[in-house]
Design a binder for this molecule. Sequence first.
Ligand code: MBD
Ligand code: FE
Length: 311
Amino acid sequence: MSAKVFETQEVQDLLKSAANVDGDGGNVRFKQIVHRLLSDLFKAVDDLDITPDEIWAGVNYLNKLGQDGEAALLAAGLGLEKYLDIRMDAEDKAIGLAGGTPRTIEGPLYVSGAPLRDGMTKMDINPDEDAGPLVIRGTVTDVDGKPVANAVVECWHANSKGFYSHFDPTGAQSDFNLRGAVKTGADGQYEFRTLMPVGYGCPPHGSTQQLLNALARHGNRPAHVHFFVSSDDHRKLTTQFNIEGDPLIWDDFAYATREELIPPVTEKTGGAALGLKDDAYKDIEFNFVLTPLVQGKDNQVVHRLRAAAAA
Ligand code: MBD
Ligand code: FE
């Protein structure tokens, strides 16, 4: 079909009506966004001559995506979540805000409510035969290098199968396994005693992987560890680091890898004295640098629906 109808008065009126842009009530911002997104969609249908069959395949895909509960996973896989980071990075640059630990995406697998401990916590609750002990530790400072007291460092990561507690399809993990929260003291130090994670893969029969398959893309992430770092007087940092040496480090389906977020992994002994399951363990030092509020506000804090559980 070569006929183009997008610019016609009939279609433009239809778009305005559908978003009720000229009507009273509703949310003006929401109307504006719906009108724009719907317009961009209609334009694409015209430009690419998207067929009715293709439209209904897409509509039905959205139903399946919701049934699978994978919309946020797809947002990560399509680079939408990375795009939000690129925009926040650009905003920081524009206002001359530099020097903090680089942000990277949160992903869809955080669970709030992990027990908060002072300075150190042991995150592994369930035994995991295939995972060796790992200590993650460091200091939270501000951009001037001053330790930040009373910062809350939250940490979450996968087990040796690449599964996260609360979202584990095998049901093998208890609530808050491999999830922890630590409050810093005057020295700004934090420590997590845990087990080495393995990279995540999208549910193989889920709608995200289905879409990726049609693009000839994989749905895997390199081994990584997530963090939130919060402090009353600083912006909340959302970041991750990767486990160096993972072959997928520069081939992450969610685009979260950054040069500055690949700390060295050191071999250590003395784990027995720390209560680790083996005397030999891996140690990662990772220091967080928090950035100041912008005109008294945290302009990078993100509000989104998150899973919650009671510890
Ligand atoms: C993850 O563990 C993750 O961090 C992201 C971004 C997407 C899917 C699974
Ligand atoms: Fe993750």
